[in-house]
Design a protein around this ligand. Structure first.
Ligand code: TRP
Ligand code: ZN
Length: 886
């Protein structure tokens, strides 16, 4: 395999920087090719460095070095050492000024890291290591500098010129250029630098902070999108108010800017005072955006805003500490969304994502701790583990400490570390000090990969009215971590009486009460929890609200699960009972299928779902969620060796069976829950739309015999006033190949061909479809005029979604593997970050049937052998192929 010369970066090798840069003046003269960047830095030796006489080494990639000046004297480029990734200057003084001029070509930058152009807009993306693609610099997060940015650009092409901080000067120049000068008073690491220039319009509003300061809020978009920014603006103001109320954090500059760009590697970026957003997370109107889009925008806007304190004012010492800002900020945005919308629905969505993607990552060759200790390419570590398991770790601290103590801990963290670049240890220390608690064992969560498994056993002593719950924990080995330590985790539980009510208030036990819940703290490998004076044998409602990111081995009977599903006061656990029941039932059918026995639907499960359909809760979204079967991508985790076709068939059987048995009830639900004609984003309306979508998704499966059910779909597509309803109908119809499906997909395409964000949905629906012709369609769509390998949203919608289409991607012929692999190889030289993300479905190749295993192994070797393979893709390939040791 190529790429053996890529060297891992290790946490144990961390050393403080040998130099510091306090002040930086940047001047950009923007051109599509041949942009000149002048960087003038005040540099001094770091008094707390280990070494005080070494050369100056600056990071730089893909740069043309034009000129160097040290204390205003020109240095010959012959006297310095320039490699593909570094500029080394020997014999520098202890304090000096360095001026560097570099040349870059934004138009040719397809990696979307550094300075690039997207739909005629110049923009930057510097996290994690993009700043070194703009100029030579100490491109590491523990070097904090004050930035002044001067932008010069053609007035006509770029009427708008933006950078971090406050605008301090602007004016015209000769030859049609103009300039703007921005100053950011807050010292920041280079990854938070941003610049934007182009022809944009702004939507403006104002926010008055709790202490009465006025902040100007601006969203910059292309003229054609002017009317799609309202929701983003409303969301921003909600987030600003919420952070004041819940965390006591105010915004700190006079201006807060958001810019929407079409080509973006991730969701959004929290650059100080100037957030850059994937247009997908800004633009919305009821005609073209779904309820899910609206909620995602609210969440991402909040996430980036919250980074201003958790990420920007206090930043990371090094990239191993990434979860310090990401885990914490995801936790904060989850809390915010739970407060703005339905808390139970929010929690369910968060847990679904965690189980489907993070648990899968944790069980495969890319498993890593929330604070990794080694990486080849940091871009590969913006993972569900860092973000979402990281958020779970913060949530556990919140649960263990309780909301008030947690808040005191956060206050102490801000007070101690404002303006610093710190570690996860510093964060936990602040919480531990504020709570006066020892969190040593809890910190294992940061260093240990893998999803812990809990085994629960119950003992009921009728004579003494004593109930004992024994919980044992074990974390399976992960690459490089054969032996695991016990973890400290909060278990919120409830005890349900035979009438379905909570018994917790009436029992005697030493555990802290949290509302209806009891807080058990598991710290040892195994522990007994004893409850006395329990009036009757309770049904255990375990791990309420998913209080810890663990897998609980099934320990309840299906009757008990159905009971929890109907009665639990904890709405999350009601859903979770439905989810685990469905999982057990599908896996049971799969076992029968594999043993060539007839599959049957478990009557207890059918009865429970029947009840659910007949007695929907007021929160319709919850009913909708409880009706949805676990995804194949979730179910496969329970299998020793995965046969994707059998898995798909077993799940399909259960779905089809439910549809047939519950058709009347589903149809009633559908008709009883019509949303209003005008769009409103209320829980009630969102609930109606999602419940109807789920009903349709079942009912179309009966379409072969009952044509009127297909017509129901078509009717909703034609008459539905919102994109949510149209997508609901399309997504259901995508399952049934035929003339009606084709007609409606064509109609949609014709109507929306010029709206890229809507076309993304159209691509994704087809790539996700279980229909037999999916592969052929995806293949054809790769040549569709609206598709482009250069636009990450398109790549994710078509290729990313196809890679997650379990049964089609894993077609026994290997054609799915081939399709994706060829595109990855094509994409790697253009955009390695994105190419590496597409590798994800190959990573777990060892879990599949032998024929598929062999095909995927070959593909991995082939990709790994590509000439000029990127470090990004190389890391994924080599970790996937690394021997497992068993
Ligand atoms: N820090 C960003 C966030 O979580 C995400 C991010 C990291 C990013 N690297 C990126 C965004 C590269 C775009 C491109 O909000
Ligand atoms: Zn983030």
């Amino acid at each position: 395999m190529n790429g053996q010369n890529f060297q891992p970066i290790r946490l144990i090798d961390y050393r403080p920087p040998e130099f510091l840069i306090d002040e930086l003046l940047l001047t950009f003269r923007l051109k599509q090719r041949g942009t000149l960047v002048q960087a003038s830095s005040m540099i001094r030796r770091n008094p707390s460095a280990d070494r005080r006489n070494g050369p100056l080494r600056l990071c730089g990639e893909q740069l043309q070095l034009v000129e160097l000046r040290l204390d205003d004297r020109r240095i010959s480029l012959q006297d310095v050492c320039v490699t593909d990734w570094e500029l080394i200057i020997e014999n520098v003084p202890d304090v000096f000024k360095l001026q560097i001029t570099t040349r870059v070509d934004p138009e040719d930058n397809t990696a979307l890291s550094g300075l690039y152009r997207s739909s005629a807009i110049y923009c930057t993306q510097c996290e994690a290591e993009g700043f070194r693609r703009i100029t030579y610099f100490l491109d590491r997060p523990d070097v904090l500098a004050r930035y002044t940015t001067r932008i010069e650009a053609p007035q006509e092409e770029c009427p708008v010129l933006l950078a971090n901080g406050n605008l301090v000067a602007a004016g015209e120049m000769d030859d049609g250029f103009h300039f703007a000068e921005w100053q950011d008073p807050f010292p920041k690491p280079s990854y938070l630098f941003a610049l934007v220039a182009g022809d944009l319009v702004k939507i403006e509003d104002e926010f008055v902070t709790a202490s009465g300061r006025r902040v100007t809020l601006q969203i910059y978009v292309h003229e054609r999108n002017r009317n799609k920014c309202k929701h983003a603006m409303v969301s921003l103001k909600k987030a600003m108010r919420w952070d004041e109320q819940v965390y006591g954090r105010e915004y700190d500059l006079d201006q807060y800017m958001i810019v929407a760009v079409d080509d973006f590697n991730m969701g959004a970026m929290e650059n100080k005072g100037l957030n850059l957003f994937n247009a997908k997370y800004v633009l919305a109107d009821p005609r073209s955006a779904t309820d899910q889009d609206y909620l995602a925008i609210e969440g991402v806007i909040a996430h980036e805003y919250f980074h201003n304190w958790t990420g920007n004012r206090i930043t990371c010492r090094d990239w191993f500490q990434l979860s310090l800002k990401e885990g914490l900020t995801v936790f904060r945005d989850q809390q915010f969304s739970a407060d703005m919308n339905s808390a139970a629905v929010q929690r369910i969505e968060d847990v679904r994502l965690l189980r489907q993607f993070q648990f899968r990552e944790d069980a495969g060759p890319m498993a890593h701790p929330v604070r990794p200790d080694q990486y080849l390419e940091i871009n590969n570590f913006y993972t569900v583990t860092i973000y979402n398991k990281g958020a779970e770790v913060i949530r556990m601290l919140h649960t263990l400490l309780g909301p008030e103590t947690f808040r005191r801990g956060m206050d102490l963290y801000f007070q101690r570390h404002d303006g610093q670049a710190v570690t996860c240890d510093d964060f936990v220390a602040a919480l531990a000090d504020a709570a006066d608690r020892d969190l040593t064992r809890f910190k294992h969560w940061y260093v240990q990969a893998g999803t812990p498994r809990l085994t629960v056993t119950e003992q009921w002593d009728e004579r003494h009215c004593t109930y004992v719950v024994t919980v044992a924990q074990a974390t399976p080995a992960t690459p490089g971590q054969p032996d695991k330590l016990p973890l400290h985790l909060p278990l919120l539980v409830g005890l349900l009486g035979s009438d379905g009510g909570d018994l917790a208030a009436r029992v005697s036990c030493p555990y802290e009460r949290r509302g209806n819940d009891l807080l058990l703290e598991l710290k040892e490998v195994q522990q007994d929890f004893v409850f006395r004076e329990v009036p009757e044998k309770p049904v255990l409602s375990f791990l309420r609200g998913f209080s810890a990111p663990v897998i609980v081995n099934p320990f309840q009977s299906r009757e008990e699960a159905a009971f929890v599903m109907q009665h639990d006061s904890d709405l999350f656990n009601r859903w979770d009972a439905a989810f685990s029941l469905a999982e057990a039932v599908i896996l049971e059918c799969l076992a029968k299928l594999v043993a060539a026995e007839t599959m049957e639907l478990d009557p207890v499960y059918l009865e429970a779902i029947h009840y659910l359909v007949g007695h929907p809760t007021d929160d319709r979204s919850l009913t909708a969620l409880a009706l949805q079967l676990p995804a194949e991508n979730h179910l496969l985790q329970a299998l020793k060796q995965i046969d994707p076709v059998a898995l798909h068939e077993a799940r399909r059987f259960v779905k089809q069976e439910l549809a047939g048995r519950l058709a009347d009830g589903l149809l009633n639900l559908y008709h009883d829950n019509e949303p209003s004609a005008t769009y409103r984003l209320t829980g009630d309306q969102v609930g109606r739309r999602s419940l109807r979508a789920v009903c349709l998704d079942y009912l179309v499966l009966l379409g072969e015999e009952q044509q009127d059910l297909l017509e129901l779909c078509a009717h909703q597509y034609r008459q539905g006033g919102t994109m949510t309803e149209k997508i609901g109908a399309l997504s259901a119809l995508a399952q049934v190949p035929g003339a009606l499906r084709d007609e409606i997909f064509d109609h949609f395409e014709n109507q929306w061909r010029s709206d890229p964000l809507v076309m993304d949905k159209w691509f994704a629906l087809q790539a996700a479809s279980p229909a037999a012709d999916t592969y052929d369609r995806v293949k054809k769509l790769l040549d569709h005029p609206a598709f482009s390998l250069k636009n990450p949203n398109k790549v994710r919608s078509l290729l990313g979604v196809f890679g997650q289409n379990h049964v089609h991607f894993h077609h026994e012929s290997g054609r799915g593997y081939r399709l994706l692999a060829d595109r990855i190889c094509q994409l790697d030289p253009l955009n390695p970050q994105l190419a590496a993300r597409l590798m994800q479905p190959f990573v777990t190749w060892r879990r599949y049937t032998k024929d598929r295993r062999q095909l995927m192994e070959q593909i991995l070797q082939e990709i790994g052998g590509q000439a000029g393979i990127s470090r990004d893709v190389y890391e994924i390939v080599s970790k996937s192929l690394a021997p497992t040791g068993d």
